[in-house]
Design a binder for this molecule. Structure first.
Ligand SMILES: Cc1ncc(COP(=O)(O)O)c(C=O)c1O
Length: 388
């Protein structure tokens, strides 16, 4: 696969390329916001989808056992995590899955912990379901971002549930086994259900991903893990994800909830794509990770050399780069305005991820180098004008 190859996504109804004017109010920006990749999916995935299309009958579909097999084999192979098909429930997205978990396992007013700055739908998931949002902000230290375990323990005293983001979007931490074990100990002590959003689990640039459920094994703590091939293989619009349950009664309760809500996923293209990705996509994934690592390194070096007042937080995981712009001494609104009107960039604004994201932006590095360089060029030119 040639990741250098620029594929024109304009006028394809791409959220990132075609709909940014609705969000940013300008139509001449360079889009580096939505968390998808500008790469084509692996060839075996496209072949599998073509086969379904060639058959041409799109009547009601059931997820085949072979998809469950491919999924459990992937989890065993990539994370040495033994999961059986009976533990898995497929869902039409990680975000809806978390919403349904909240509805099934908590009551109105219950406390749910999140760790800001964090993937912004987590706020809406808690608020829309009328649960009580408990914030356990990450701490920035000399060694980078870490969890504030002292505060976490305080929040756990009032919480029924926690939504863990692992790896963490937007700060890019790949939590260590030690950190996750500590979290599991606290969750056990305070009886908190941990829902671990591991949608980025396959996108590890440095270190090793530990499924939270493995770190919690042997402890009396309930965990549910949300995963998907969507970020890994750029299949997000196919809407296929899944939850791994450790407790069969909880799984039943969740399935009953989905049934009551008539939520199912019946898309044969998604099943074919996911199965092919898990069976035959690993080589593509390894190449993509190398390419993205180089991109991330390039951004870091370029920014260090050319924009000394800007600081790149190098991600250990995800293809998203958290960039600290406090050195430009701008208020949030001013920074947003500058990025749009002067740099002509559509980056994700830090405050979207919570107030701790003020002064930061998130840049998506899953694109051909040429696309990345255009974004960096625009940023540098605006930076030079600002510093002049
Ligand atoms: C942490 C995290 N969870 C969930 C999602 C989206 O999940 P889905 O499209 O399956 O609802 C994203 C997408 O950016 C994400 O970063």
């Amino acid at each position: 696969m040639d990741f250098q190859n620029v594929i024109d996504r304009e006028q394809t109804n791409s959220m990132k390329w075609d709909f940014y004017p609705d969000v940013y109010g300008a139509d001449d920006l360079w889009p580096m916001w939505v968390a998808d990749m500008d790469f084509q999916a692996p060839k075996p995935v496209l072949d599998a989808m073509h086969e379904v299309i060639n058959h041409g009958v799109f009547g009601y579909h059931r997820r085949p056992n072979s998809l469950f097999d491919a999924t459990t084999s992937w989890l065993k192979h990539r994370f040495d995590w033994s999961v059986s098909a009976e533990q898995i429930v497929f869902t039409p997205g990680v975000v809806p899955a978390i919403s349904h978990i909240i509805q099934t396992f908590t009551e109105k007013g219950d406390g749910i912990i999140i760790q800001p700055p964090v993937y912004f739908p987590f706020y809406a998931l808690v608020n829309n379901n009328e649960r009580n949002l408990l914030r356990n902000p990450l701490q920035e230290t000399e060694e980078g971002f870490t969890m504030d375990f002292e505060d976490l323990e305080e929040k756990m005293k009032e919480a029924e549930m926690m939504i863990l983001c692992s790896p963490h979007n937007p700060i890019g931490r790949v939590w260590t086994e030690e950190e996750l074990t500590k979290l599991a100990e606290l969750a056990e002590k305070h009886g908190v259900l941990v829902v671990s959003d591991e949608i980025h689990a396959d996108i590890i640039l440095e270190g090793k991903h530990t499924p939270f459920s493995k770190a919690a094994a042997g402890k009396d703590v309930e965990t549910m893990t949300c995963l998907a091939p969507s970020k890994t293989f750029n299949l997000a619009s196919l809407q296929l994800s899944y939850v791994v349950f450790e407790n069969s009664e909880s799984k039943k309760a969740y399935e009953n909830h989905l049934q009551r809500e008539f939520v199912g996923i019946n898309n044969p293209l998604a099943s074919a794509a996911a199965e092919a990705a898990y069976r035959h996509g690993e080589e593509w994934l390894e190449q993509m990770l190398e390419y993205v690592k180089d991109n991330v390194q390039h951004v870091k070096q370029y920014v260090e050399n050319e924009m000394p007042e800007v600081k790149v937080i190098k991600p250990e995981g995800t293809y998203l780069i958290w960039i600290d712009m406090h050195g430009l001494n701008m208020e949030n609104k001013e920074l947003e305005q500058w990025l749009r009107s002067d740099a002509k960039l559509a980056l994700s604004d830090g405050p979207n991820f919570g107030k701790e994201g003020g002064g930061f932006v998130r840049m998506n590095a899953a694109c051909p180098r040429e696309t990345l360089e255009e974004g960096l060029r625009r940023l540098k030119e605006a930076y030079d004008r600002l510093m002049a």
